[in-house]
Design a protein around this ligand. Sequence first.
Ligand SMILES: *Cc1c(COP(=O)(O)O)cnc(C)c1O
Length: 351
Amino acid sequence: MSKFFSGSLSRLSPYTPGEQPKDQQYVKLNANESPYPPSPGVAAALNAQEAANLRLYGDAAAKELKAALAKQYGVGPENVFVANGSDEALNFAFLSYATDGRGVAFADLTYSFYPVFCDLYHIEANIIPVKEDFSLDPKDYYGLHQTIVIANPNAPTSLALSRDQVEGIVKANPDSVVVIDEAYVDFGGESCVALTRAYPNLLVIQTYSKSRSMAGARLGYAIGDAALIQDLETIKFSTNPFNVNSLTMKAGVAALEEQDYYDANCKAIMETREYTAGELRKLGFAVLPSKTNFLFAKKDGMDGAAIYQGLKERGVLIRHFDKDRIRDYNRITIGTKEQMDIFLEKLRELL
Ligand SMILES: *Cc1c(COP(=O)(O)O)cnc(C)c1O
């Protein structure tokens, strides 16, 4: 830290992304990326003409992309905000709805970026423990008079609330914004996008990073009442009006034209997930019932960090969180069936 860094930020501990080591080729099951490439239309959209267009600023209003997303989700373009990854949409939501002493409530076991935003903006966090089985009790979130952020399905637990359960929370907090982070919803969860038409306090955030195979493109979006979207636009135009680059916007539109391709990938990933969960259970692992593209699993009597380390030495990367309540667990991204067979083979070797 330099002596010039603002004192109010000196205790900020930044988010740690999943490692991307380049020392060898790993079977990479640690960052919930898709094992499949983007659809063919995406590569076609990133052509020489688009490269030439890079000399110009892109469309700060993101008209084409917003129209395509609006059509896809049955909302109006005024209900869509596009962001440089859903992390940026979350960033703007924390800044818009939780500062000024309002505070924000979220689970103790959830996306570890949420507490970072709280530190960054000096937001008071009301951390609500999930139950013993890691499920979230909707009633814990009723009548809080605070902004609420819920990853649904949740990470790293892989568990999901039903749409009705989320609706209960939204109804029970009419004077607060409820942000539902649906990064993993395409792997078997129930989306709450349709509810945004009925509830002006509900903001749903999704991403191209997981189910649409575009983590490197950095594209996320928020869907909600036009007034909420306007707030996010105000933050965007106060920080970075061209937040989504022109190539990414083209890729984002092209991907929506090939939704069947992504639906088929999600189906394959869900099938491979159930296969992998079955094999892990045969090996004596406790595996949470996942609605995501990853599994959260532990084996009694085995140290979670040791499993992580042993697999890394054998060329397979998974993610371990050195954190209370989940130290015994590992988060395993679902890759192709071939990748999961390598993972299982190395794991058997290790055991
Ligand atoms: C991966 C992830 C995100 C962030 O995705 P972006 O790449 O920034 O779009 C947001 N929330 C959760 C819960 C995630 O797992």
